[in-house]
Write a protein that binds this ligand. Sequence first.
Ligand SMILES: [Zn+2]
Length: 435
Amino acid sequence: MIWDKAESYSRGEMISYQNYNLKNTIERIYHKVPYYKGKMDRIGVKPVHIQTIEDLKELPFTVKDDLRKNYPFGLFTVDKEALIRLHASSGTTGKPTVVGYTRKDLELWANLIARLVSMAGGSSKDVAQISFGYGLFTGAFGLHYGLEKVGALVVPASSGNTEKQIMLMKDFGTTILVSTPSYALHMAEVAKQMGINPKTDLSLKLGLFGGEGSTEAMREEIQKSWGILATENYGMSELIGPGVSGECKYLCGMHISEDHFIPEIIDPDTEEVLPEGEEGELVITTITKEALPLIRYRTKDITRLNYEPCKCGRTTVRMSKIQGRTDDMLVIKGVNIFPSQIEEVLLNLKEIGPHYEIILNKKGFLDFVEIRVELADHSLLDSYSNLEALEKKIKHQLKIILGVDAIIKLVEPKTLERFEGKAKRVVDLRNEGRR
Ligand SMILES: [Zn+2]
């Protein structure tokens, strides 16, 4: 079901809607946010210069640091009294980035989530278990209100206490799981340990996954272990939270709600806008948000756009799975590698499970990468020669695809750390003085 008619606007309708809302947004921020006015004045751009989306490229970018500099409320276009909710990003160092919502913003957010729930096949008949941590993080609350909007029965389970989650799933007849992809994998494992077959003993049919990127191989792994349709959605707290884009049942890219978020793809180094279809950094301009509109926000996420209309009937542009983030790209012996590329190689080997850890270290001045990979089951452990052959095979495939030599350590099943939220799979020890 298509939730909102804007999802199937003709290109012409979409562009005129975008032009109108972009002009309004620029007018508003210029007059309400001194920081933006200053930035625009410095390069001589006035609101009158921005008439259509073609003029977007005249505007300066906004980066996460702009939000930090204006902590907590400096970029808001409304007074604090007009806000009814605050969220903040996890901010591992220093101050978090704070985002605020007016009543209209929360209404918009719920509708955006209702779109992605509907496009994945969720409805008022569903029981949706939200296994994201509730709190300042936008994931749980975002999905919560959107699922209620659709009329689903929402179970705000939050993250952690996995055995209880499985029990609730069974007792309440949960049909939709909301979590990170890595937590979904962990939950399936725990269910099996409890003697519950995730495919036959539970009613789950759909996963709405987000909060971290995942590869196609990871999706297959989740679909296989749960027997469900695993969809992915995308967003970030600065932009609104989850709800910027999501996948329909055809799993061919995430439909961006373009009537609210205008996407551009830029070369992260030159900052030039790239032609349609090319891979680069996603930049988003929000054109309907009230409290905290962001102009040309650099997401650091690497993706590409596809404007072909989709089989599902939606005409909104689709973004491909996030290839990686400009700031989590690994440079190993001068070769640029995204952890997702390593994951793709590993998860396509049936002998190994979906859990792995990438450790970067230095020997003298030389980088080396060690990958700890969990075996899928104990059967291989009986034969040293089989283990050796598997190790060689992984090494060889990584070398062919990524062009680097890696040290492979095969470890027993269920020995690597599991995650209830975003997985931390890369450990970089290169700057810690260890040898
Ligand atoms: Zn579609």
